[in-house]
Design a protein around this ligand. Structure first.
Ligand code: BES
Ligand code: ZN
Ligand code: ZN
Length: 518
């Protein structure tokens, strides 16, 4: 989307559609709504006065109301966009509001819209938490860009439904504020482009996006962005003794891909990173299609298993944004990509495989393949010098049973790292819920013949058993595990985003990486 930032009066702005946010400042659950437009333009407020007084519009999050030929405005249409209650308004609600404006504009056929930058001068702090304008402008553009994406790549008749957003500032703001707003805007564009890159990767079907193709796309992205990238296949896996990863891959005609992307911070002349500076390892599960292997999955809904590379997609997207945001911390992205297929050469339940770390694994179920590829990915990232690890994976159906589709599972072996991540989610707006992986769960993965087994001893707490398995390969290294099985794909569209791949984890990972930047 071709998006520009304009600093001028909203009322005098010539546009097919001007979107303005509306909040409810009424206090109390059952209070009648008391609506306020987030603009300092009296003309805009005046144009909406009648319809607001009618009570037809409640300004709940995701709600919109369209007015044609608004009185006193240059805009052809005025779109009121609800953000919900003013008290405790979060940046994520602004993000979603911006998305709602874009998605509401699409069916109208307008090709261009303007969003009035939310200004809270009209309200006192009691009603509206003060949100820094750089952050506001960042989430505004993130929400708009994320909402813009619709896929018709595989339709023979492709409709252009794109819309261009021009963000408008109603008042002539000070120079310093302009610079802050511009900075947030630029960062928002980078973050949203990365998340959309991830979403488009995850959307690709398994016959197109094979592990080799995923490797090619990651390499092309890295070449474009100036990141170092290596893509290896079977020979390297065997050379590195990645017995767990190789076992998963061996049942497919498609060779696996081990993708390693490296970001080195650019330092000023004479500047050096501390000897003990952190090196962050981003490890992604990249199963381009998961049939379950010999422990084959039921047919119903199996087509969705093309999104079993969403963790890998998130890491590749995150690396893309990192190359542009340029944090002062080294980051290594490791993606373990394979296709999990049943075949004469496929690994079987009962097999014992040896992971790169030297630990032996009894395979109980070939459908628990994600933890096998990640076991080698996590260990490999450690050998590359990573001091902190984060993995993202559509790992278990059990996590979806436990948390549903609103919160993703979060596991960690380190309180400080966990806290840093939680702080990041306050800005990203993505929801993660911590589940335990304390050593008292270790019995779950005990094997009678090998160091461990790849499934839990019983049906209960399957997301935890999977995390316990991964924990065996990170050792003492501070580690976060994101089980995104329930959140990586939205079956239903929302007012602010299309259905399909969500791009979950990209924003939180970026924020977390940024928290280590010197
Ligand atoms: N890719 C699946 C997990 C999954 C389920 C992702 C639903 C997205 C939506 C994973 O590889 C898997 O099949 N896990 C098994 C593990 C079991 C065999 C211990 C599961 O969750 O059933
Ligand atoms: Zn599986
Ligand atoms: Zn899987």
């Amino acid at each position: 989307m071709d998006t520009k930032l304009n600093f001028q009066d909203a009322a005098g702005f010539q546009t097919p559609l001007l979107a303005v946010f509306v909040v409810d400042i009424a206090i109390g659950k059952d209070a009648e709504p008391l609506l306020v437009l987030l603009t300092t333009s009296d003309a805009v407020t005046g144009a909406a006065a009648k319809v607001l007084a009618s009570g037809e519009f409640k300004a709940t999050l995701g709600e919109t109301l369209l007015l044609h030929a608004p009185n006193g405005l240059k805009a052809e249409r005025l779109l009121l966009v609800g953000l919900g209650k003013a008290k405790g308004l979060s940046v994520d609600e602004v993000r979603k509001g911006a998305g709602t404006a874009v998605r509401a504009a699409k069916p109208l056929g307008v090709r261009e819209l303007a969003i009035a930058f939310p200004e809270d001068h009209a309200l006192d702090d009691e009603h509206l938490e003060t949100l820094p304008c750089a952050l506001l402008s960042r989430v505004l553009i993130e929400g708009a860009e994320l909402a813009e994406l619709d896929w018709d790549t595989y339709r023979s008749e492709r409709k252009d439904r794109s819309v261009r957003v021009l963000s408008v500032i109603a008042k002539d703001v000070e120079k310093s504020t302009r610079a802050e707003i511009q900075e947030g805007f630029d960062a928002g564009l980078i973050v949203a482009a990365a998340q959309n890159f991830t979403r488009s990767l995850v959307n690709e079907p398994g016959n197109i996006l094979t592990p080799t193709e995923l490797g090619k796309r990651a390499a092309a992205m890295c070449a474009e962005m100036g990141l170092k990238c290596e893509v290896h296949s079977t020979a390297k896996l065997l050379e590195l003794k990645m017995g767990a990863f190789a076992a998963v891959a061996q049942g497919s005609e498609q060779p696996p891909a081990l993708i390693v992307m490296t970001y080195e911070p650019q330092l000023a002349k004479g500047e050096t990173l501390a000897k003990d500076a952190p090196v962050l390892g981003l490890v992604g599960k990249g199963i381009t299609f998961d049939t379950g292997g010999i422990s084959i999955k039921p047919g119903d809904g199996m087509e969705k298993m093309k999104y079993d590379m969403a963790g890998a997609g998130a890491m590749i997207g995150a690396m893309r944004a990192i190359s542009q945001l340029k944090p002062k911390v080294k980051v290594i992205g490791v993606v373990c990509s394979a296709e999990n297929m049943p075949d004469g050469k496929a690994y079987r339940p009962g097999d014992v495989v040896t992971a790169m770390s030297g630990k032996t694994i009894e395979v109980i179920n070939t459908d628990a393949e994600g933890r096998l590829v990640l076991a080698d990915g996590l260990h490999y990232a450690k050998t590359l010098g990573c001091t902190h690890l984060i993995d993202a994976a559509t790992l278990t159906g059990a996590c979806v049973v436990a948390l549903g589709t609103l919160n993703a599972g979060l596991f960690s072996n380190d309180e400080e790292t966990w806290q840093k991540f939680m702080a990041s989610t306050a800005i990203s707006g993505e929801k993660f819920w911590r589940l335990p992986c304390t050593d008292d769960y270790k019995d779950q993965i005990k094997s009678s013949i090998a160091d461990m087994r790849n499934t839990g001893a019983n049906r209960w707490g399957g997301a935890i058993s999977a995390a316990m398995f991964l924990k065996e390969f990170v050792g003492e290294t501070p580690w976060l595990h994101l089980d995104i099985a329930g959140c990586a794909w939205n079956d239903e569209s929302r007012p602010w985003i299309a259905n399909g791949p969500s791009g979950i984890a990209v924003r939180s990972i970026l924020e977390w990486v940024w928290s280590y930047s010197d």
